[in-house]
Design a protein around this ligand. Structure first.
Ligand code: ADP
Ligand code: MG
Length: 154
């Protein structure tokens, strides 16, 4: 687990952008943290790093899924209003996980067991009005190098 600290929304976006630049098809990233912690802000930066228009990035709270077109597709999922893997599966968004693009899933902990076992996990914490602590960990193989590099970013 590595830890970043940011002092503005733009700093959080910049971290997302750096990670987005390295993103590869098949990646799945879970984001966890209270409302307002900065999950969507991070996704905005991430999408920017992949060449998507960040202005198009908004919270898919009610629609569950937004797709942004960049170097590879970005599947932006929000499970805030879901509680079970069955509900998630019924939406038909499973197919976007681990496919041709990268999936970023807000509130992933709401639906335990739904995300693939191999994934990145981000835990965002509000530490002040404009400050955030972001812990990043990986499950499964393949993210060692990324984490090593990302440890010095923030
Ligand atoms: P979430 O998706 O976790 O509910 P959002 O990204 O939608 O959170 O909202 C985060 C809010 O906090 C935004 O209004 C953003 O401008 C503000 N903010 C202030 N400081 C930061 C920071 N360091 N990182 C991320 N967002 C921040
Ligand atoms: Mg959000």
């Amino acid at each position: 687990m590595i830890e970043w600290k940011t002092a503005s929304a733009e700093e959080t976006m910049a971290l997302g952008e750096r990670l987005g630049k390295l993103a590869q098809a098949g990646w799945v990233i879970g984001l966890s943290g209270d409302l307002g912690a900065g999950k969507t802000t991070f996704v905005k930066g991430f999408a920017r790093g992949l060449g998507c228009d960040p202005a198009g990035v908004t919270s898919p709270t009610f629609t569950f899924l937004h797709v942004y077109r960049g170097r590879i597709p970005v599947y932006h999922v929000d499970l805030y209003r879901l509680e079970t893997a069955r509900q998630a599966s019924d939406l038909g968004i499973d197919e976007y996980l681990g496919g041709d693009g990268v999936a970023l899933v807000e509130w992933f902990e709401n639906v335990p067991g739904w995300l693939p076992q191999t994934r990145l996990e981000l835990f965002l914490e509000v530490t002040g009005e404009d400050t955030r602590k972001i812990r990043v960990g990986a499950k499964g193989e393949g993210f060692g190098k990324i984490l090593e590099e990302a440890a010095s970013w923030g």
